[in-house]
Design a protein around this ligand. Structure first.
Ligand code: SAH
Length: 615
């Protein structure tokens, strides 16, 4: 905060230039809130500062939107000379595009003291809404704040064309009305598929987010009609960390060209969910409608539904075949049309209940809401009930365990991240439940059992169990449903440049020998020098496991593992696979000691997992 001396004595208070933040009253600083509450005179930028920030203020309020500089200065100076507390309230942070410099200069001429109180700038509030970091290690470390030249010219040396050559993370203010010109200039430096996000009214209840690329964002923004109070964020950082572009480019492809997403904190998960892995789903609900009556119902559902949703006309969905592309990415689809149409539309894409989205159909009179697909795991039953609540309609649920009110085993397994190594056996267990038979559950080592859902009891014999829970494949005598716990860490090291296929092959043999399914591996860990070793990176991806790396000092500090001079000479650590696996598991222990192959080593540690009756 800057304070400038000058002017009268105790009686006179400085003029305060206060940052109002992006709009959400909770994003005001405590100091800003206090000054607003204490002020006698507030001159605020009415075009951008929401009125809600001024609720309860006792001050005389002046909206500067229609004033010129002299009029603003007259109020500030007069208030100061009367010994009043005067606040000049600017949106976001006063140091950016707020024209405080000229006001300060005029105050200084009058020897009037002032103070500047910072605020959260809208560009950074927009990043918070998107849930992104602008500085991704090794990808981008520079953030540029700028604007396109409009009525206020931008010096040629800072033109967007020039700035775009840096390919940093770019935040553009005051530029949305020139979006076409912006993208044209950006394309001179950034690749055309560089992601772009437009955030209108960041942090306001009516916040809107439009995502695209340099090549298509202008068209999308035009469709939404956003013309002002928006920032444009550009750069690869929008894709997050560890994400090869190919995985994420779906986020920006044309199926997302229809409309915009409503502001919602859950929206921010969209980017992350896409970035997480190729199979990760976003929590986006697609609402498909036919005709104008259907459109009205779809709007009604979208407004009240928790989480982000996107409306799309049935004909558009068919036209650009977007459903095929989106099927595995979205979490739910609501059809506002006859079940028959919905069923025919989704039929070609249905795969299994683990990956299919929830599908619900609402008739065009809004009377019945039928769950068509993924009732349990996909949340379709719940969605049908929600939509029925919104429309005051009748939910139609036909999955058996809900009807019979039995513990839905698949929900319970999902809640505990238990993964069936052979999902065909789930049916057998559910049939037992329906018949009222008790299900016998065997619990393997490294699993702590707190409670089981009703109808399930613990057994001491793995061979006669109906369900086996733990990280190991049950023995050959067992015909049970194996639910793998995801609690193992695979420590590994390999020769430089080893082909990924060879490492996969060795790992498969190693896991098979120890009766460990790939599903049980939650983390792959190694020394930091191997963090980019293609075979190890690919292995972690293949297992959908987190890759963790440790420095040689960290590895050398682990006591116990067998050491190797060869390893020490080549990477500077006494051992890699064993200590890395041990470091990965906080409360765990080594369960498979290091095994050496000609080109790699493996070791496994396990963490303990808890099972309860929660679902
Ligand atoms: N000092 C302000 C910027 C004022 S210039 C700040 O730090 O945020 C006005 C521009 O700010 C607008 O054209 C728009 O680009 C941006 N802006 C202001 N409030 C915004 C908001 N809530 N969401 C998105 N952009 C906003």
């Amino acid at each position: 905060m800057h304070s400038k001396k000058g002017g009268g004595g105790q009686k006179y208070k400085p003029v305060y230039f206060v940052g109002a933040g992006p709009g959400d009253p909770e994003l005001l600083t405590i100091k800003a809130r206090r000054l607003l509450d204490e002020a006698h005179v507030i001159v605020y930028t009415g075009s951008l500062v929401p009125k809600t920030l001024l609720h309860g203020c006792r001050a005389r309020l002046f909206n500067s939107a229609g004033m010129h500089l002299d009029q603003v200065m007259e109020i500030l100076i007069k208030g100061y000379r009367q010994g009043l507390k005067v606040v000049r309230l600017h949106t976001g942070d006063p140091s950016l595009y707020s024209a405080i410099a000229e006001q300060i200069s005029l105050l200084e001429k009058e020897f009037i003291p002032y103070q500047v109180v910072p605020g959260i700038t809208s560009g950074l509030a927009a990043c918070a809404s998107l849930g992104v970091e602008l500085t991704i290690p090794e990808k981008v470390q520079t953030v540029i704040i700028s604007r396109i030249s409009g009525r206020t010219p931008v010096p040629e040396k800072e033109s967007l064309e020039k700035l775009s050559k840096i390919q940093g993370s770019l935040i553009l203010y005051l530029s949305i009305s020139h979006i076409e010109k912006v993208t044209k200039q950006l394309s001179k430096g950034y690749p055309l598929d560089t992601p772009v996000a437009v955030v209108e009214k960041a942090s306001w209840p009516e916040e809107k987010i439009v995502l695209g690329t340099i090549s298509n964002i202008a068209q999308k923004v035009k469709k939404t009609g956003i013309k002002k109070t928006a920032v444009i964020i550009v750069g690869e950082a929008l894709l997050g960390i560890d994400n090869p572009k190919s995985t994420c480019s779906r986020l920006y492809c044309k199926e997302f060209s229809h409309g915009y997403r409503k502001g919602n904190t859950q929206d921010t998960k969209l980017i992350k969910a896409f970035s997480a892995s190729p199979s990760a789903k976003t929590d986006l609900t697609l609402i498909v409608y036919l005709g104008s009556k259907g459109h009205i119902l779809a709007e009604q559902i979208s407004q009240k539904l928790n989480g982000p949703s996107r409306l799309i006309r049935y004909s558009e969905l068919k036209e650009d075949q977007s459903l095929q592309k989106m099927w595995e990415q979205i979490s739910a689809i609501i059809f506002v049309c006859a079940c028959q149409i919905a069923v025919r539309t989704i039929a070609p894409f249905i795969k299994d209940k683990y990956t299919d989205p929830a599908v619900v159909a609402v008739d065009e009179s809004g009377k019945n809401v039928v769950c068509l697909l993924s009732g349990h795991l996909g949340g379709g039953n719940k969605l049908a009930k929600n939509v029925a609540d919104i429309l005051k309609a009748r939910p139609v649920i036909t999955t058996q365990s809900d009807i019979m009110e039995l513990a839905p085993i698949d929900l319970w397994t999902k809640a505990h991240n238990l993964l069936p190594t052979d999902s065909r056996k789930l049916k057998h267990v559910q049939a037992l439940l329906r018949n009222g038979d008790t299900i016998k559950v065997f619990i393997q080592d490294h699993v702590i059992l707190k409670a089981l859902p009703e109808g399930l009891v613990r057994t001491k014999s793995e061979d006669c169990a109906d369900i086996v829970i733990g990280p190991f494949i049950p023995g050959p005598n067992s015909n049970s449903l194996h639910l793998a716990t995801r609690n193992l860490c695979l420590g590994t090291g390999c020769h430089k440049g080893l082909a990924p296929d060879r490492l996969f092959e060795k790992m498969k043999n190693f896991l098979e020998k120890h009766s460990i399914p790939e599903l049980s591996i939650e983390k792959v860990c190694t020394i930091d020098k191997k963090a980019k070793e293609p075979a190890i990176v690919e292995l972690a991806k293949y297992l959908e496991a987190t890759l963790l790396t440790f420095s040689s000092e960290e590895l050398n500090n682990v006591t116990g593992p067998e050491t190797s001079k060869v390893v020490l000479d080549s990477v500077g650590a006494k051992a890699v696979a064993e200590p890395a696996a041990m470091l990965c598991c906080r409360d765990g222990k080594l369960i498979v000691k290091k095994e050496k192959f000609d080109c790699c080593t493996f070791s496994i540690a396990a963490t303990r997992v808890e099972i309860t009756d929660r679902y």
